[in-house]
Design a binder for this molecule. Structure first.
Ligand code: MRU
Length: 326
């Protein structure tokens, strides 16, 4: 995996050879973004059983350890559950056969994710207004998935379909996924991109140049409430205020239909040092109180549509999402 803590200054690859290293990579944001976390978790379970002297005895510990890495992105739990179901179905088979099947499944999870992102792109591209700017928040790109991206997949597909668009990327304080990752990723693809700080989004949404907002998601409740990177809610409200469509692009694996509404989604609280400093350089007085929720919830009423690999869901989301998830 690319070490996302070092981008864009350094492109360094990290190789994980046991499941604890995978867990540390997810926790330490070496790999991040909901679908990428799901793929890494599936790979982590596969490595765990491959390396264990007694995989049947260790299986629950491997899964439980990976499950404690990050709480909000439901794809993590989806990836682990998928591997658990396969493991259960292999009971009684020879160990070598079970391990080979688990490794093969993890590779399928990765390959499927790229195909899913392409399908999300195909469904989303027609929604992107030609000749306008797309605003995005955080990084929901190739780096956040196994490739191509969800929100950035929609942007890539719109460009590939011949639309003349450019992108405004919110820098996404405090971790700076927009400045460090989205700006880097889109620049690599020669998609015209302008970096703005988060507090500029309202100004540009009001200016008339933004044709739509497209963001990713970490978890979507049954009613269409969307948990995504902190700051997404503010962008959604400002988009509505200014009559700009607000689209969420996410795979079906990001739906959590067990939760009726967004207030039930667990929100990760991260280290105060991310807020009191930038790249380790202190910017605030010592001892100041800090809050650092990594995600917020955008109520479904601000969401114009949710773009999935199976099609586009619109309000009422309880019905449209249930239909797509079938
Ligand atoms: O804390 P992160 O960087 O893992 O948060 C990522 C996001 O919020 C993304 O927008 C979301 O996971 C969708 S990625 C396709």
């Amino acid at each position: 995996m690319i070490d996302q803590t070092r981008l864009p200054r350094e492109t360094k690859f990290v190789t994980c050879t046991d499941y604890l290293q995978v867990a540390d990579a997810i926790k330490g944001m070496i790999i991040r973004g909901a679908p990428a976390i799901g793929v890494a978790a599936a790979m982590g379970v596969a490595i765990g059983v491959q390396k264990s002297p007694n995989p049947d005895a260790d299986f629950e510990t491997i899964c439980a350890t990976l499950a404690t890495t990050r709480p909000t992105a439901v794809n993590l739990f989806w990836g682990i559950e998928r591997m658990k179901r396969l493991w259960a179905s292999l009971a009684g088979k020879p160990a070598a056969e079970k391990i080979a099947a688990m490794i093969a499944e993890a590779i399928v999870v990765k390959d499927e994710d790229v195909a899913i992102c392409k399908q999300i792109g195909a469904h989303g591209a027609p929604l992107v207004p030609d000749g306008k700017t797309v605003l995005t928040h955080c990084n929901a790109g190739a780096l956040a998935t196994a490739g191509y991206g969800t929100a950035l997949g929609v942007i890539r597909a719109a460009v590939e379909s011949g639309k003349s668009i450019d992108v405004f990327a919110d820098e996404t304080r405090p971790w700076l996924q927009g400045a460090r990752l989205t700006a880097w990723e889109l620049q690599q693809d020669n998609i015209p991109t302008t970096l703005i700080t988060d507090n500029m989004a309202g100004h540009f949404l009001r200016s008339g140049r933004i044709g739509c907002v497209v963001v990713g998601a970490d978890r979507i409740a049954a009613n269409g409430d969307v948990a995504n990177k902190i700051g997404t809610y503010s962008v959604a409200v400002l988009a509505r205020e200014n009559g700009v469509p607000f689209y969420v692009a996410a795979p079906i694996s990001t739906l959590d239909l067990t939760l009726a509404g967004g207030e039930q989604i667990p929100i990760e609280e991260r280290a105060a040092s991310e807020v009191t400093g930038v790249h380790g350089v202190p910017i605030a007085p010592d001892g100041i109180a800090v809050k650092n929720p990594a995600f917020d919830v955008t109520p479904n009423r601000y969401v114009t549509a949710i773009i999935t690999e199976r099609g586009v869901a619109r309000a009422p989301f309880t019905e449209s999402l249930a239909q797509l998830a079938k």
